[in-house]
Design a protein. Structure first.
Ligand code: ATP
Ligand code: MN
Length: 466
């Protein structure tokens, strides 16, 4: 057995008359007079292969083992299919059953199991239509993202996963410690109290990273255009459908680039990655459009085809105030926009993706470049129809005195930022970048409503099975 062989996806383009083998898992078997039909899937594409088994072509005791979930190889001949929706099927001449699946115990029996239930058997759900499609799209999206940046000469960098600085206060952090590796007779709490951090592995408090941005900035101010695409951790203590404790983030950073350049990159990025997926994952996306989110293809094509509108936060607030809509959260200058406001702007007001810029400094991070008005910063949020914010970014503050003043105003520990400030002390440059949660992008592209369903194994409060 070699990985270089025919997959189910290859079979569909083989001419009738070819003899071949098909490996995979049985989705269903249907018996009628003198013939059985097996739907076989190997995850290589959305479509299942129909295998036709005429009576007597394989031994009776083998046929009995062909139940949902069984893993098999069929040998046979590709034939033109009389059934609608498929050009060819496989007429079986032989079978090998690698692993039967006892129908009285196999958990993935019935069609239409809820996503909640499938999350509990996440180790098996990749065998079904929806999750096969989700994980194929995830794979292609990951490739499209690397391709987008590498094609433009960006350098892929890997920022640390363990960090000693909660640099942006982006979210609650997970501590990393070896102090809890105590002999069984010692209470972990007592040990933590008794031993100062100096005795811990890193000799200071350490955490799982909430963002690679600050480290990415250091590499951009030396290598010009870089991006990091890696795991990120936030101890989000909620059962939100949009938050995970472990997710993947894409963070490009560019030297000699201002907010306009940053907006151009974000727009090109979304258009190219989504365009790539519309082409490469057409069958999977068609399925999501039919079964998960009826507006899916319309909104995705819309993002690819229409130029993004650009306006300032202040302009957006004026539009919202004049909208006459009754929002659940009232809007006024200085308040953070809620997803209902973002959706109204992009769906109802503008009818296209919108990039909002120049937010009040109070609602944005300390590292964003201060505007001359002293009230707003060069931040940008990209809003897309159907979900609202999809990308957040900014031009970074490159002026040492201004950055130090912001850090002081916010009462952040300046000493911890010595290396970040060094970048402004020595050879500072205008620079900008953005961040985008990979799973949020996948939710957008697939229409899946719960972020736990676009990652193979989700991490959330109380959820670390598998
Ligand atoms: P939110 O308001 O949705 O919590 P945030 O403002 O905390 O987001 P940022 O700090 O700007 O998010 O992080 C950058 C991106 O990372 C967000 O735009 C989002 O796509 C993604 N993201 C943030 N938190 C999570 C999470 N817990 N799970 C998955 N993705 C996340
Ligand atoms: Mn958050």
């Amino acid at each position: 057995m070699d990985y270089r062989r025919t997959y189910v996806r290859d079979l569909f383009s083989m001419p009738p008359g070819s003899s071949t083998s098909a490996y995979g898992w049985v989705k269903t078997r249907r018996d009628s007079k003198g013939v059985s039909f097996v739907q076989l899937s190997d995850g290589s594409c959305f479509r299942d292969l129909q295998v036709v088994i005429e009576a007597g072509s394989i031994p009776e005791e083998q046929l009995k083992l062909l139940t949902t979930g069984a893993c098999v190889r069929f040998d046979g001949e590709v034939v033109a299919s009389p059934a609608a929706g498929q050009a060819v099927e496989l007429k079986a001449t032989g079978v090998e059953v690698f692993g039967p699946a006892d129908p009285t115990h196999y958990p993935l029996q019935k069609k239409g199991a809820s996503f909640e239930f499938l999350r509990e058997i996440a180790h098996l759900r990749a065998r079904g239509n929806t999750f096969g499609a989700v994980f194929r799209v995830r794979s292609q999206a990951s490739f499209a993202i690397h391709k987008f940046f590498i094609d433009r000469g960006f350098h892929a960098i890997h920022t640390p996963i363990i960090t000693a600085s909660d640099c942006e206060g982006a979210g609650a952090m997970f501590a990393v410690t070896t102090l809890l590796e105590t002999p069984p007779h010692e209470e972990p709490e007592a040990v933590l109290k008794a031993r100062p951090y100096l005795q811990d592995f890193f000799e200071k408090p350490a955490y799982l990273t909430v963002s690679g941005q600050l480290e990415a900035e250091t590499l951009a101010l030396g290598m010009t255009n870089v991006y990091t695409f890696g795991p990120t951790f936030r101890a989000e203590n909620s059962n939100s459908v949009r938050h995970l404790a472990e997710f993947w983030m894409i963070e490009p950073e560019m030297a000699f680039c201002d907010l306009d350049g940053n907006m151009n990159l974000a727009e090109e990025f979304l258009k190219e990655v989504i365009g790539f997926l519309l082409e490469r994952c057409a069958e999977d996306l068609e399925f999501f459009n039919q079964r998960i989110e009826p507006e899916l293809l319309t909104t995705l094509h819309h993002v690819v085809e229409s130029p993004f509108e650009r306006m300032t936060y202040s302009e957006a607030v004026k539009l919202l105030e004049a909208s006459g809509e009754s929002f659940e959260f009232p809007v006024s200058w200085g308040s953070d926009l809620q997803s209902e406001h973002e959706r109204w702007l992009t769906e109802k007001k503008v009818g296209r993706p919108v990039i909002l810029t120049d937010y009040p400094k109070e609602i944005k991070a300390f590292y964003m470049r201060l505007n001359d008005d002293d009230r707003t910063v060069r931040a940008m949020d990209v809003l897309a129809p159907r979900i609202g914010e999809i990308i957040g970014g900014s031009q970074r503050e490159e002026r040492l005195e201004v950055l130090e003043r912001r850090i002081d105003e916010l009462g952040l520990p300046k000493e911890a930022y010595w290396w970040y400030l060094d970048l402004r002390r020595f050879g500072s440059a205008p620079h900008a970048g953005f961040g985008l949660g990979f799973e949020r992008l996948l939710m957008y592209v697939t229409g899946m409503k719960n972020i736990r369903d676009v990652i193979p194994y989700h991490r959330a409060p109380g959820q670390a099975e598998f």
